[in-house]
Design a protein around this ligand. Sequence first.
Ligand SMILES: Nc1ncnc2c1ncn2[C@@H]1O[C@H](COP(=O)(O)OP(=O)(O)OP(=O)(O)O)[C@@H](O)[C@H]1O
Length: 400
Amino acid sequence: MPKSKSFLQAVINPFKFHSKTEKEGDSLDTISAQEQKHFTFQTLVAATKDFHPTNKLGQGGFGPVFKGKLEDGREIAVKKLSQSSSQGKKEFLNEARLLMQVQHRNIVTLLGYCAYAAEKLLVYEYVANESLDKLLFKFGRQDEFDWNKRYATITGVARGLLYLHEDAHTCIIHRDIKASNILLDDRWIPKIADFGMARLYPEDETHVHTRVAGTSGYMAPEYVMHGNLSIKADVYSFGVLLLEIISGQKNSTFNLDPDCQSLLDWAYKFYKRDQTLEIVDKKLASSMVPDQAALCIQIGLLCTQSDPQLRPTMGRVVIMLSKKLGTLEVPTRPGYLGARYRRSHRGNTSSSTAGISVESSSQSSGSTNNTNTASASALSATATASTSTNYRLRNPRGGV
Ligand SMILES: Nc1ncnc2c1ncn2[C@@H]1O[C@H](COP(=O)(O)OP(=O)(O)OP(=O)(O)O)[C@@H](O)[C@H]1O
């Protein structure tokens, strides 16, 4: 076997029973151009001090993530697929496969893997400032996260997404852009992480057999309700994330204003009143650049418009971020799932990060009940979700 193929083959082989078709295997071969990146289990045990709880960075749908240090001094994050992982081996392999193909300063680097007996582990560069959700919503570190850092985060994530959509060798739709999937390094450079749900789409692909999956508060309404998946679903999630970064408010648990059902609704309300900056996080009072903040909010609203065709591409977003206020289109009303859905959903989940999964019957593998999964009945309360196993993908690069 040529050395360039060995990494992916070694990752894939332990999962082989999950490989659906020869075609999938072939495409993995053709995308493989990697050096041997195998880590021995012993190396990772030593690096993480036997996966000591004090080294645990967090817990995702795959299982725990541990911090480690290699003998050469490099700091790493080790994602360990738990035996009981509900998210599943398929997504784990998907993440390895997708990340092998991408290299960008705003996308987390996969250093290698380890498959040892029943253990499956992925090894990443360690990203020192951890995830954006912890900075924005948890640790009381919001003061550290001043305007310049937030603006740099917005532009960095926009560039990373632009790369995935337009510059990677095949269009990649991430499908789970959210605050906990953006990591910030020691220089506050944002890195898009967690490719377990991402999908590769060749340019000429028109249909996809998939399921609707993602995190509530971030999913585009046309995707949740009709299974229409395009790059504009990521653009929508990016718009939500942008408004969260600026307001310090979490969309899925928004309850600041009884007249508004979501953060998007709230932002739109003040935009229409010409009081756009009312939504800005009070912690940014001294550091904010008002015109930049107003521009960003307008871009966030353009990205979350109900009609996906009206949403800009990420290429356009990157250009808009460098424009002057007053030169942009006027956003129409944001799209989000209705009040009935939100009530039902809240009643069914205790976690604000819980999401939705509408499963197609042909995809009922062990990967179905991921941590991002809430009851599909919550969805059906309002939306007439497609029960078809074939979700249509209309020109993923050009919109729905
Ligand atoms: N490369 C990394 N460097 C530093 N911390 C990391 C790294 N990767 C993950 N983490 C930490 O581990 C946590 C869990 O990450 P993981 O990607 O497995 O799940 P998640 O995105 O939090 O949740 P889910 O899988 O349900 O979407 C993250 O929130 C982050 O704090």
